[in-house]
Write a protein that binds this ligand. Structure first.
Ligand code: SF4
Ligand code: SF4
Length: 292
């Protein structure tokens, strides 16, 4: 047997335990601020794993856009997509709850978390590389067409496939730690057990036709109960980017997620503790949302 073939067989016979990557990310985030002067702190991350052959990946070409990449486009022998959610500490969304423009804290959280995502991805790559595996590292953002606003890699859809949560009426992903934070992802040829997707719902409006606070909070009439105007939303992001250009690239807003029932938690879970019988009869219905 030639050496290359032997290495290949060795690689795929060794499954990587999900805990190895999860612990690495959790500890990395915990230690991240210690040696840096940062404005932002994060709560404990959530980590999920998707099988690169999951049948939901091809659906992204319809749901997000025809140019959305498949894991195998990025790494031909892709086996797993690692996705993670970095929740902002609770005081950050509180600063962003009023005023039509983003708070400085929200802007810093966006910029600093983008750098954190780059650094986490590099750490994951180092860890897997030592075990003989390859990775493809996705940038935290700005992987979309600025005219159509269609993304070639939608982190929130990837995170959905990796079992991290469900979409809300605001078309963003709600996780068990809410939606105020940022998502990152890495493709690897390491085999890691996929996270099971849950049937439970995460949005009060989808679950019980109540809430819709996110719609009321939209500052540019971009978000409606049944529609989302991504150009109007992007216009708001660019206004903030202009205001805060001295701080770096911060095309942000986030008013629709700052202090709403799903900011820090799955509000349906909370409701289920109050109305357990009704909760048991409802089923999930979400895998479509806005892009970018
Ligand atoms: S604010 Fe309410 S309606 Fe909007 S996504 Fe969150 S739970 Fe759903
Ligand atoms: S991010 Fe977009 S949808 Fe949300 S409040 Fe701002 S303009 Fe509206």
């Amino acid at each position: 047997m030639d050496t290359q073939k032997a290495i290949h067989i060795y690689q795929y016979s060794e499954r990587i335990k999900s805990e190895l990557i999860s612990n690495e990310i959790v500890h990395f985030v915990k230690d991240y601020g210690a040696s840096r002067q940062l404005n932002t702190k994060w709560d404990k991350p959530l980590i999920g794993f998707a099988d690169a052959g999951d049948s939901l990946f091809p659906k992204l070409k319809e749901l997000v856009g025809p140019t959305h990449a498949m894991p195998q486009d990025l790494l031909p022998d892709a086996q797993t997509v690692i996705a993670y959610f970095l929740p902002f500490e609770k005081k950050i969304p509180k600063t962003n709850r009023r005023n039509p423009y983003a708070s400085k804290e929200w802007v810093f959280a966006y910029i600093e978390t983008n750098q954190l995502i780059i650094d986490i991805n590099n750490r994951i790559s180092e860890t897997l590389s030592k075990k003989g595996f390859n990775t493809f590292l996705l940038p935290p953002t700005h992987n979309f067409d600025t005219n159509t606003l269609i993304s070639d890699w939608s982190h929130k859809h990837i995170a959905y496939i990796a079992g991290l949560g469900k979409f809300g009426t605001h078309h963003l992903l709600i996780t068990d730690k809410g939606c105020c934070g940022r998502l990152g992802s890495v493709v690897t040829n390491a085999q890691i057990d996929a996270t099971k997707r849950t049937k439970k719902e995460y949005c009060l409006s989808k679950f019980k036709d109540i809430c819709k606070v996110c719609v009321k909070k939209c500052v540019n009439e971009a978000l409606k109960v049944d529609t989302f105007d991504r150009q109007k939303c992007y216009k708001m992001l660019l206004e903030n980017a202009e205001i805060f250009k001295k701080e770096g690239l911060a095309d942000v807003c986030g008013k629709c997620i700052s202090i709403v029932p799903c900011s820090y938690q799955n509000p349906v879970e909370k409701l289920s503790k109050i109305e357990p019988r009704e909760f048991r009869t409802r089923r999930s219905k979400s895998f479509q949302t806005r892009n970018a």
